[in-house]
Write a protein of this length. Structure first.
Length: 215
């Protein structure tokens, strides 16, 4: 396999091409099953594909487990809306070790008069085997500035991805992002000298990611 591979298509189909046990880390931001559509500022993005349900979740986690090496660490971003369902699916195969909390520099919209203002996102941290942390043991709450979602409605910061990747992988490890979006994970892997497989279904976002990673 090449050091950087970018695949356009359905991850449930394309992941079948990844050999058993060949991935050292997964970091991904899958559809949350909430039919999300961003109306951020003046930019109105199209709805995220396959975000109307999570019937694909068990099959996806099974594939993640198959391709994962015997000792590996994985990060699954998720919303509070279905975090329980994501946890239940993930722990059927992996050991769910922690819920990580990313504190952003802004608050979400939501119910302005009937709810607290949310400024966090959640990451389910799960392992196969018992990988060891690199460097110091940090708290499970960390602060990184939001990207502004200029390239994707749920775009993740490169420095956040680099931080997560660096805590449980070394140079030349292979990282997989089955829901690559605009390619932040791939840019992070390139910066950190990790091998990378990125998969994205949406052609527009795939082309954005390809340009960012190969540029």
């Amino acid at each position: 396999m090449k050091d950087i591979e970018l695949w356009h298509g359905d991850c449930l189909e394309l992941m079948k091409n990844i050999p058993n046990g060949s991935v050292d880390a997964i970091i991904t931001d899958p559809p949350y099953g909430i039919n999300y559509q961003s109306n951020y500022r003046k930019e109105k993005y199209s709805k995220i594909e396959n975000d109307n349900d999570i019937s694909w979740l068990d099959d996806f986690i099974n594939e993640c487990f198959r391709v994962s090496s015997k000792i590996s660490a994985h990060y699954f971003f998720c919303s509070h809306h279905n975090i329980d369902k994501f946890k239940q699916a993930i722990e059927k195969k992996f050991k769910v070790k922690n819920f990580l909390i990313w504190e952003k520099n802004n608050t979400s919209m939501g119910d302005l008069k009937g709810d607290f203002a949310s400024k966090v996102e959640f990451v389910i941290f799960a392992t196969k085997g018992r990988p060891f942390i690199r460097g110091k043991r940090d708290p499970n709450i960390f602060k990184f500035k939001k990207t502004g979602n200029k390239l994707h409605p749920t775009q993740k910061p490169v420095d956040l991805c680099e931080y997560l990747i660096g805590k449980f992988s070394d140079e030349s490890y292979r990282v997989l992002d089955p829901f690559m979006g605009s390619g932040s994970t791939g840019v992070s892997c390139k910066n950190l000298n990790r091998k990378f497989i990125g998969i994205e279904l949406d052609e527009n976002y795939f082309n954005i990611a390809k340009k960012r990673i190969n540029g």
